[in-house]
Design a protein around this ligand. Structure first.
Ligand code: SF4
Length: 338
């Protein structure tokens, strides 16, 4: 499975024998700021200053090995559980699913975070638990959808927005009911807390998936999203079901435009607001606490030719690319049909 972590992590370009040239953006907004995703929008809403530092990669964040390890384990844990479940749904044996998981885990096999109860072996346990549910027929009424001869798993999409902004995302699994033909999106999550429907009910993440479903099933006007959340403390899966409609997509797109307007305004004002209420969340202080008030010159990495190449390369990575105008046209067509 490809590495999708670049969506939400900072650009960390490693330079080997290549000349690095700083690019003068001449007052234009840094293209890294324009790369949106579901997680980065959450970050923007929580604290615009944190979003800015995260995107422009702070130079001066004090390194906390425990925090670093925890975030690496969390990232790998989520990817491995996702890959394992997708492998099972694709009809692979449990041993083959474990091999896929092993190949996906990118850090020390013994790395773990007790605080979140996550490790490689606990991820395998989660996959085994899903495998048992699957073999007992938990989703036997549904079949996996295929796109261009391949399983509809981890489908990537890229929405080209006004002023050079882009929203990128990945859809976990598309399933079809064997009798009714109902299309559902399976969204795989892990949580170290207690999963609550309110955590996902109004989340815009699943609305973005309509971009992919538009291509696969143009006649679709609404679809179901099943969240399957693995709780790392109870070792249980919690299923949750929500309907997503076209009207919700219209609102989601409008909110995206508002985010872009806000980013442009922050840039013009040379002020990404600090939301002090977000300095402590998920049981720990923000990694930029104590430094975020310093100037960007001290904190961020410049836009270079290598970063520019990375941003350009990112544009070509997605299976589904759609521009904003086309989305609006489709939205209007579908609205008039119903
Ligand atoms: S410490 Fe607080 S204000 Fe500063 S970036 Fe983090 S969340 Fe924002």
């Amino acid at each position: 499975m490809p590495d999708f972590s670049f969506l939400d992590t900072q650009l960390d370009i490693k330079v080997v024998d290549e000349e690095v040239e700083v690019i003068d953006l001449q007052g234009e907004i840094d293209p890294r700021i324009k790369l949106l995703s579901h997680s980065s929008r959450n970050l923007l809403h929580a604290c615009p200053r944190k979003y800015e530092l995260y995107k422009l990669k702070s130079n001066s964040v004090s390194t906390d090995p425990e925090r670093e390890q925890e975030s690496e384990v969390t990232l790998n844990f989520g990817s491995v559980v996702g890959v394992g479940i997708q492998s099972v749904i694709e009809g692979k044996s449990f041993d083959r699913a474990v091999l896929d998981c092993f190949l996906e885990w990118e850090i020390d096999l013994d790395a773990a975070t007790e605080r979140q109860n996550k490790s490689y072996y606990r991820a395998i346990y989660a996959v085994k638990k899903f495998y048992d549910l699957y073999t007992l027929g938990a989703i036997s009424d549904y079949e996996l959808v295929y796109y261009k001869g391949k399983p509809a798993c981890e489908l990537s999409f890229n929405i080209i927005l006004p002023n050079g902004y882009r929203y990128r995302g990945f859809l976990d699994v598309v399933l079809r009911h064997k009798e009714t033909g109902e299309i559902i999106v399976l969204e795989l999550k892990t949580s170290s807390g207690i999963a609550q429907p309110a955590m996902f009910q109004n989340s815009g993440q699943a609305i973005g998936y309509s971009v992919v479903l538009d291509e696969l099933f143009p006649e679709l006007s609404s679809y179901s999203v099943y969240y399957l959340v693995y709780e790392t403390r109870s070792y249980e899966y919690k299923p949750m079901h929500f309907m997503k409609s076209l009207s919700k997509r219209a609102q989601w797109l409008s909110e995206m435009l508002l985010d872009i307007e806000k980013l442009e305004l922050y840039h013009k004002s040379d002020l990404f607001p600090m939301h002090g209420e977000s300095c402590y969340s998920f049981g720990r202080p923000c990694e930029y606490l104590g430094i975020c008030e310093h100037s960007n010159l001290q904190l961020t990495k410049p836009y270079t030719n290598l970063v520019e190449a990375y941003v350009k390369e990112d544009e070509g990575k997605y299976q589904f690319n759609v521009d904003f105008e086309t989305l609006i046209e489709r939205q209007l067509e579908k609205t008039s049909e119903h």
